[in-house]
Design a protein. Sequence first.
Length: 564
Amino acid sequence: MKVSQYLPLALTALVASAAAPRKYKKRAPSPFVSTEGDQFVVNGSAFPFIGTTAYWLPTLNTEQDIIDTISNMSARGIRVVRTWAFNDVETIPENGTWFQLVANGTTTINDGPNGLQKLDKVIDIAEQHGMTVLLSLTNNWNPRPLFDNLTDFGNLTLRRDVTPGTNNTHPRNFLSNDFGGMDVYVRQFGVSGQHDEFYTNETILSIFKNYTTQIVSRYANRTGVFSWELANDPRCHSSVAASDDCTAQTVTRWHSDVAQHVRSIDPNHLVSSGSQGFFCVDCPKLFPRVTPPPPQTSPAPGQRRRSLPPPLTRANLLKKRRIARKRNREAKRAAAAGSKSAVRIRGNWIATPTRRQNDQDLGPAFDGSQGVDSEDIFNIPEIGFGTFQLFPDQNSYGVDDPNLTPFENTVQQGIDWIQQQAASAASMGKPSALTGFGLVTQENSPFFTPFNTSVAPFGSDSGQPITQQPFGVTDEQRDDAYQQWISTGIEAGLRGMIQYQWGQSGFTAQAGTTISPDNTETGQSANDDETGQSPNDGYSAQGVSGISVMDILGQAAQSFAGDS
Ligand SMILES: *[C@@H]1O[C@H](CO)[C@@H](O)[C@H](O)[C@H]1NC(C)=O
Ligand SMILES: *[C@@H]1O[C@H](CO)[C@@H](O)[C@H](O)[C@H]1NC(C)=O
Ligand SMILES: *[C@@H]1O[C@H](CO)[C@@H](O)[C@H](O)[C@H]1NC(C)=O
Ligand SMILES: *[C@@H]1O[C@H](CO)[C@@H](O)[C@H](O)[C@H]1NC(C)=O
Ligand SMILES: *[C@@H]1O[C@H](CO)[C@@H](O)[C@H](O)[C@H]1NC(C)=O
Ligand SMILES: *[C@@H]1O[C@H](CO)[C@@H](O)[C@H](O)[C@H]1NC(C)=O
Ligand SMILES: *[C@@H]1O[C@H](CO)[C@@H](O)[C@H](O)[C@H]1NC(C)=O
Ligand SMILES: *[C@@H]1O[C@H](CO)[C@@H](O)[C@H](O)[C@H]1NC(C)=O
Ligand SMILES: *[C@@H]1O[C@H](CO)[C@@H](O)[C@H](O)[C@H]1NC(C)=O
Ligand SMILES: *[C@@H]1O[C@H](CO)[C@@H](O)[C@H](O)[C@H]1NC(C)=O
Ligand SMILES: *[C@@H]1O[C@H](CO)[C@@H](O)[C@H](O)[C@H]1NC(C)=O
């Protein structure tokens, strides 16, 4: 049986218990999204959501294009769209949207029609459609090869310059990592030029807070804002290296400081991190948990309270992995022996080279090496809910089980990651949301641009002879993985899941802007007389194959938002 055939059923059953409609009458219903125990609440009702990402939403050329996009999302039952509330430039571009000029020791906000008025429109239109917008305030990533001095991939010349008329590989704002962000501040104000100067230099901190003050106060009273995300994927390093002093605590301290700042300006909206959710199992905490709070909401009638999982420690993590591997090995043996009781875990067993793993190695998602301790961040009082992301093409979430195929490992590690995050949130009594997930398909692989580069390594603009082995999963595998991750998330008690990223065509084109011509290779700027499609950095749900992703989101949203 194909997964898609039983998914809606599974979702409906799960949702009936996990996210049963429940009214919250303790306080007067607020039109702002807040939390009650481990649920999001709005207008007096629980607000579990399926969301999507369109970082490019404020760069669209006409109001009608924004309306078309948001109404298409809304028609699928999507309630939250995540977008960038920053667009930093170092020189004023000839065309296109920009929000802040950061240059020559000063910053200037653009609140004109190609500036913050674009973001105003997004919020207005979202409110008109009963949608909310999750706004991210900056980005960890902004590769600028000429500055960052990355070496080349073979013959590949890494180049992108936002100056019009120079050799742009893509139109400005085409890639999610081309909206400025932390490294703009470091380049313009930093002394050492290291990425973590963004987190620690007092001058940079006050300049960034100045930006957040203006953005956050502009929308503080708007019900169309879901929450403030402090940064997309914050960590110690970017394409720019970090100093030796940067630890997870550096990044946690920054979160605490900026979260307090945002809450002081805007008490109406929740604040969240936006990190990948990496754990640091052995790290000392700045915000230690004193006692586990009792769950504040009572279970729905007929439902047992979810029992708390064992705490995330090195010993527990390694033990869990050993047990899983043993179980998979036994299932494989039983399957080979043709036993009737054989459990086939996701399809046929395919022999994979058995590589001896280091059993003591926690891996970068758990050992703090990225400079993120999501549990410590989660415990900051001003952080309203837990966030994490899932991008297996770019991060490692565990140790491969030699009993499983590569695809099975990808899916399984995603499932484990979701369960681990939900468990961590449950022990904290706050809601948890997956704020970005995606898998690169073979069809999308020519557009796949890793977050630390500005060129697609498998694309025609890479300058590489196309001798690369095929990259990416099939569309069917992607759909299978998305469905399994979504049902796992619902079952485990996540309160929101945001796919990365939305795709749409038929937009108004304008030379020099982010919109590519329809029906031709994406990544080029369309001319004024063409219609165009949204950017694709390798994850876009676009065209015929994208519709199946939208259908999956629509099905999940329908069941998930059971109370509306
Ligand atoms: C989005 O909306 C436009 C215009 O309303 C429509 O033509 C298009 O088919 C829709 N796209 C999707 C993916 O639903
Ligand atoms: C910054 O200063 C330099 C030197 O005075 C000047 O050439 C440049 O145009 C300035 N940049 C901006 C964005 O004002
Ligand atoms: C804060 O931002 C505004 C607008 O961009 C700018 O005019 C002002 O100089 C900034 N203040 C500081 C202290 O950087
Ligand atoms: C909350 O209620 C207001 C007023 O009825 C409505 O405009 C808004 O869309 C609702 N919010 C959500 C997220 O449903
Ligand atoms: C790149 O790094 C090399 C070696 O450190 C240095 O000589 C060169 O000036 C750098 N280039 C740029 C553009 O920064
Ligand atoms: C660079 O490109 C040339 C011609 O396309 C090719 O012969 C050569 O092997 C390439 N070198 C590398 C390092 O990829
Ligand atoms: C653009 O790239 C081509 C080929 O590398 C080069 O010849 C040309 O000078 C570049 N133009 C600019 C404006 O940098
Ligand atoms: C922080 O940045 C400012 C502005 O560039 C600089 O003057 C100052 O020396 C930096 N502070 C430290 C401790 O590096
Ligand atoms: C939000 O609304 C409240 C009450 O109307 C008002 O006091 C406050 O100044 C507003 N905040 C902002 C940032 O506009
Ligand atoms: C980008 O990040 C990946 C994964 O961390 C790393 O393997 C790769 O070397 C990085 N590439 C560049 C150009 O920084
Ligand atoms: C900016 O837009 C104008 C008018 O559409 C166009 O002529 C010009 O080439 C564009 N500039 C760039 C750098 O694309």
